[in-house]
Design a protein around this ligand. Structure first.
Ligand code: SF4
Ligand code: SF4
Length: 498
């Protein structure tokens, strides 16, 4: 397949060799699992259990609420200890409502939905319902409820399901291992998703630095004429949806548009495997593969961990720290977020936990911009980071917005390449947050104004109706008023104008 060039991008030190040859290993069951109600984009799920309940593996313990949400299931059998506030795996460390489950050691599955015998003959809505019921979210890190994306098939004409196996973030190898060890399941999940979406073609994009995954996935796909595996160049951020689409189709997704507007829906390879489990076996998403790596980890691994396992348990399973970690990151080193506490749990979007030493992170002090233009050359979105950051420093968010700061997807390439070590991406994250707040305030004020206007109109209409009623009761000129009419008029006018 002919590939197309993608603008900008960088080539950081990948360090994937720390775990790429480590087969997936299962985490021994923890003493307790911490399952947050909010592990996804959208509304938190609604709790279905209470403290003291006995639950079986796969039992739904929290149900999705509203249009964008995801359900959660017990990752093993056991007893609900309590439902309480626990620190989230997020830089804020803010507490969020979490179900604490004490495993009973039996790991006993409960009653599961029947497998869908022939998914390719099933109504696409049955596949979507199963995916929603199974609590599947995007496992590449975005954690967007997958059923909503699969529903796009009923709304748009779609041509390609693009399966994202690029895994361009340094250190991370969880998707690489899933493709190498479960290629048939990934391809089957992709075919089921394509049926739900109504896409005739499936393209699986994998970066060229994963030759075994490319070979095994090509072998698994070779029996299906509509499935193609494509080796894409090693170039961060190739794993971003828009850039993968551009590399494979040559089409650039316009700002503020979706790849689905071009007829292409992108899903992660591990998400496809979760769909295979849900449809073929009725199993919900209760575990995921996490890469635990970085120079401070004694024995880096790819671990199959139940959702809710404490990150401290994963680190311990890797032999603990061999050196003092300067930074512990949730996700990859480029787009991941600092982790405030090892007590936070693994959630559905946790692709990696990195414990990085001082040598592995760039915390050198920043200096003045030397106008080298490197940040402009490498920005994959064609933005001008140097100009945007200058306006943000002057608190001129309006100009930063005009220059497109809201189109920045925080890939961190500009910060990485800046010889003055200016933390450009931090400026953009701040600006995007502040602009979002401003927009929310503007919408809130607009709503208040509209409500006030509606109220004024309603009062005026009521007054008008009363005036009209009074006028209708007034005797015509020259006729004598009926007995008691002037008294009634006075009473009515008093009520209208007290
Ligand atoms: S962080 Fe934003 S501005 Fe910087 S290179 Fe990435 S997309 Fe461009
Ligand atoms: S890369 Fe850094 S030093 Fe060079 S122009 Fe951009 S902000 Fe300035």
């Amino acid at each position: 397949m002919k590939l197309f060039p993608v603008r900008g991008g960088i080539h950081p030190e990948y360090r994937k060799d720390l775990t790429s040859e480590k087969a997936i290993v299962v985490l021994p069951m923890s003493a307790a699992l911490y399952i947050p109600l909010q592990q996804h984009i959208g509304a938190p799920a609604e709790v279905l259990v209470t403290a003291g309940d006995q639950v079986k593996k796969g039992q739904m313990i929290a149900r999705n609420q509203g249009t964008v949400s995801a359900s959660h299931h017990a990752p093993t059998s056991g007893r609900i200890r309590e439902i309480t506030e626990v620190a989230a795996p997020h830089p804020s460390g803010l507490p969020q409502t979490t179900i604490i489950l004490e495993p009973d050691g039996k790991d006993e599955w409960g009653e599961l939905p029947e497998p869908i015998a022939d998914p390719f003959a099933a109504d696409p809505r049955a596949i979507n319902d199963r995916v929603a019921q199974s609590g599947i979210v995007g496992m590449g890190g975005a954690a967007f409820p997958s059923a909503i994306k699969l529903n796009l098939g009923g709304q748009k004409k779609l041509e390609i399901l693009l399966l994202n196996g690029a895994e361009c973030e340094p250190y991370l190898t969880c998707d690489d291992r899933v493709m190498r060890e479960h290629a048939d399941e990934v391809v089957d999940g992709a075919r089921i998703m394509a049926h739900a979406l109504g896409t005739p073609r499936i393209v699986i994009g994998i970066e060229q630095n994963k030759p075994q995954a490319i070979e095994l996935m090509t072998r698994a796909a070779s029996v299906f004429s509509n499935v193609e595996v494509v080796a894409v160049p090693v170039q961060y951020p190739m794993g971003s949806e828009r850039h993968l689409v551009q590399a494979i189709t040559g089409i650039e997704t316009p700002a503020r548009k979706l790849t689905a507007d071009l007829g292409i829906v992108v899903h992660n390879v591990s998400t496809a495997r979760a769909v295979h489990h849900a449809v073929r076996f009725g199993r919900p998403l209760v575990a995921r593969v996490v890469t635990v790596s970085g120079g401070a980890i004694r024995d880096p691994k790819n671990i199959l961990a139940p959702i809710g396992a404490r990150i401290a348990d994963l680190v311990e399973f890797c032999g603990g720290f061999a050196a003092r970690p300067e930074n512990v990151v949730n996700g990859g080193p480029m787009m991941g977020q600092p982790l405030p506490s090892l007590d936070a749990p693994v959630v559905k979007g946790t692709s990696g936990i990195l414990a990085l030493t001082a040598e592995e992170i760039n915390d050198r002090p920043d200096s003045a911009c030397i106008r080298c233009g490197n940040c402009i050359t490498i920005c994959p979105c064609g933005l001008s980071p140097v100009e945007m950051s200058a306006f943000i420093r002057k608190d001129n968010l309006e100009m930063a917005a005009k220059l497109g700061v809201t189109d920045c997807f925080s890939c961190g390439s500009c910060s990485w390449v800046c010889p003055s070590h200016i933390p450009l991406v931090h400026y953009f994250n701040y600006a995007k947050g502040a602009l979002r707040d401003q927009e929310n305030d503007r919408r809130k004020n607009e709503r208040i104004k509209t409500l006030a206007e509606v109220r004024t109109i309603r009062i005026e209409k009521a007054a008008e109706a009363k005036r009209a009623a009074l006028a209708a009761r007034k005797p015509a000129a020259g006729t004598a008023p009926a007995a008691g009419a002037s008294e009634a008029k006075a009473t009515t006018e008093e009520k209208v104008n007290p």
